[in-house]
Write a protein that binds this ligand. Sequence first.
Ligand code: SF4
Length: 429
Amino acid sequence: MNKSDSERIATVLEKMGYQRASKENEADLILLNMCSVRQSAVDRVYGMAKKFAKLKSQNSKVKTILTGCISKKDFQKFKEKFDYIFSIKTLSKWPEFLKNEKFHFYPNPRDEKFVKECKAEYLKEKPKLEKNFSVFIPISTGCDNFCSFCIVPFVRGPLVCRDHQEILEEAKEAVKNGVKEIWFLGQNVNDYKSPSDSSINFAKILKMANEIEGDFWIRFTSPHPKNFSDELIETMAKCQKVTPYLNLPVQSGDDEILKKMNRPYTTKQYKNLVKKIRAAFKKYRKGLEKEIAISTDVIVGFPGETEKQFQNTVKLFKEIKFDMAYIAQYSPRPGTAAEKMGDNVSKKEKERRWKILTEILKKTALGKNKKFIGKEVEVLPEEFKDEFLIGKNRHYKTVKFKGNKNLIGNFVKVKIIDALPWGLKGILV
Ligand code: SF4
């Protein structure tokens, strides 16, 4: 989401006459779009603020802006370190704010009046795409789920959805401009409802996007297992432009921990959901696409997580056989319900649990990846390094192969010759 926001910020700053500097020490305006989901990200901002202070001492013209997900506590601390602090939701007013020598305006993101005034207006700003072949299209901003470990509802505010027409216009325009991959973004995409027509939910958005003419892929992130409807499952499986990949965050494999996390589903429900999704792809897709790749997000060392509870997550990992997982070691976030539960699993223990899950994942991911050996897959190359192109296939597997730099951003056919836990190796067909 922050990447997408940065693309909109770039448009506003360019309209003001700014140009992208190639190096930090050549810039006279430095902007940091921060994330506060983990403490390590916040700590990095402190480190960067020190670096910026040095640049400012060498060039008095240099100004610094901080935006992104900022907690109230961090706002107070960062006020002294940055010339400007703005909420992304006030993006259209930034040119006015920047006329001041210094300006710090970061209202409570859940303040009713502020939410009513701003809605999702800043998303109307056209993004200046980082990659001209892949685009992030936010369908909503904010979240009302209040998972007990998560700071997002406090720093991004309540769920506010964009109008479906605006979303689809952005998608059509992107395809017209040659974009090959569209990512629909939301903190919880399956909570989406169009403000102008409540019958338009996320499944309908996928259906309408799938009908846009052109050769492109549709991906999305992130859904919540709690209200993943049958309509959405069927739509995903039937719409051929929707790629066979899903990130479905489970967070824990233990029902007691899920309750403490305020995640309103059980592991049994999660497993049933995965079963249904896998069955739908088997029914409606052909060839390799019959098997959807599923990744997850999980936290180890949540407050009070016992060995037995952790073993339930181990069991779930072995049972589901994820293609990929983003395994986080719990770190308390200020103001969340989990912060009050204490952080009583030691760093060493969290590390041990992380290693155990990573080892299981390595095996399951390798097993899944081996199925691609000898097959031809479509790949969208994204970068070129040491004579190799690196990109993703439709299953969101990283594929590395020799090729020409000018193939970046174009679909190519690659024959897979080897598989590793975290990717595939191939040759251009
Ligand atoms: Fe955070 Fe996602 Fe839970 Fe919302 S649904 S509170 S963004 S983890």
